[in-house]
Design a protein around this ligand. Structure first.
Ligand SMILES: [Mg+2]
Length: 220
């Protein structure tokens, strides 16, 4: 599949991290398997009971800054969540052709490349240490620094004030359809999603968006 983007008009490229450039399997496995089992053991709970309880708590916070906040979960669950994440950091990996895409973008001076992520700053640091992904960006912006999740208009308003960009000359690639809809409402005209954010899971339905299955589909 071709990427359907008019690259000649693009000046700014906004890229999400987890599920877009990096395999979401790390995050999904951690939150859905590894953490519930660990937390269940701490409270003498079976894995299934722990998973069900945490699933409820997760869904209460879905799409908010708290859901993405390690401090929030460390406080709520009463142990160091980032520390536990380090146990499974071997699962932090690029998605297919993501690194060669970033190398190619970096070599092309026509584009300003900014990471926009809902990941907590400390988690970004863990992933940067593991992958060197920071080398490919002019800037890395965490929604925790902005103070609003990417799902909120307030994120985009503040982000654009601090990093001016033209709506019609900007491309956002993000695996999260709610985030893409928020960006579209804000006015960003070029949007792409990812058909398989988690290498170990089913493809997601891209609904009204164009999806790429790997960065090999992108030609600029
Ligand atoms: Mg993502």
């Amino acid at each position: 599949m071709k990427d359907s983007i008019n690259w000649k008009s693009i000046k700014t490229i906004l890229l999400d991290m987890d599920g877009t450039l990096l395999d979401l399997h790390f995050d999904n496995y951690f939150w859905q398997e590894y953490l519930p089992v660990h937390w269940g053991k701490m409270h003498n709970m079976g894995a299934d009971v722990a998973k069900a309880q945490l699933k409820d708590w997760y869904s209460e916070e879905a799409g908010t800054l708290s859901w993405y906040c390690l401090d929030f979960w460390t406080d709520r669950l009463k142990f160091d969540v980032l520390q536990l994440k380090a146990d499974v950091e071997h699962l932090i990996q690029y998605r297919p052709y993501a690194e060669s895409f970033l190398e190619k973008l970096r070599a092309d001076t026509n584009y300003r490349v900014i990471m926009v992520t809902n990941a907590h700053e400390n988690l970004i640091k863990m992933k940067v240490d593991k992958t060197g992904i920071d080398n490919y960006f002019d800037k890395i912006i965490s929604s925790h620094t902005i103070g609003h999740a990417k799902e909120d208009q307030a994120f985009w308003q503040k982000f654009q004030l601090e990093n001016p960009f033209e709506l019609d000359q900007t491309l956002l690639i993000d695996d999260n359809l709610t985030v893409l809809r928020a960006a579209r409402t804000f006015g960003i005209e070029n949007l792409l999603t990812i058909s398989k954010p988690d290498s170990q899971n089913e493809e997601q339905d891209p609904e009204e968006f164009n999806a790429i299955s790997s960065f090999e589909d992108i030609n600029f």
